[in-house]
Design a protein around this ligand. Sequence first.
Ligand SMILES: Cc1cc2nc3c(=O)[nH]c(=O)nc-3n(C[C@H](O)[C@H](O)[C@H](O)COP(=O)(O)OP(=O)(O)OC[C@H]3O[C@@H](n4cnc5c(N)ncnc54)[C@H](O)[C@@H]3O)c2cc1C
Length: 188
Amino acid sequence: MNNRLSMGMVLLVLTQLISIRVLSVQALGVAQADNSVPTFDWAIVGAGPAGIVTVGLLLDLGVAPQSIIWFDDKFNVGRLGEFYSTVPANASTALFIDFIEQCKTFNAFPSAARDALYSYDRDREYPLQTIIAPLQDITRYMCSQVVAIQKSICALDFNAQGWNIHAGGKKICSNTRRSCHWCPSSFI
Ligand SMILES: Cc1cc2nc3c(=O)[nH]c(=O)nc-3n(C[C@H](O)[C@H](O)[C@H](O)COP(=O)(O)OP(=O)(O)OC[C@H]3O[C@@H](n4cnc5c(N)ncnc54)[C@H](O)[C@@H]3O)c2cc1C
């Protein structure tokens, strides 16, 4: 991958607008539209870089955290976190800092890993762990704000009321009123 692709991923996710707090959806005080299946305004599937940015920007825009439901089967920064921590990044520290600074929510809590970015040479490329660690902190923070469910989504369907989301053979969320963001991978 080259810098263009890396920049492309950052721009793509910016424009698309981890203990994880796994909540019992029935325990939440959200509207019940379909027999005890809760509804949310926003549903985001995937907590790789694309899903992280989507949730971060929704929070920056003032969307109520409890109106956002966020799914991932691992919540570990997607493929970056799972496979590529020792791979040398093809983006410089400066680009990673720029990426983090674009989103207020990414900076709304203390993070030693995020602060450590500022101690590196801005013009150098380090192993991807330098950006994975802050993104793990960001994921953990945002999971504490929104409704985070650690499950693999097996089906989505759409009707006039919105999106219905299924996991483990059961409908777990219905009538997502505004939008369902499918971020299970933006790069192959
Ligand atoms: C060797 C290598 C080096 C790379 N180096 C760089 C680099 O230096 N800089 C860079 O910018 N990019 C790099 N990349 C690219 C980077 O890994 C991808 O661009 C990035 O991971 C894509 O993010 P994503 O959120 O779209 O998808 P992913 O990272 O694939 O995340 C998708 C998430 O969705 C979850 N998911 C999938 N299906 C479901 C489901 N049904 N239900 C619930 N959750 C689900 C997955 O568990 C995962 O957490 C590299 C890639 C490789 C292969």
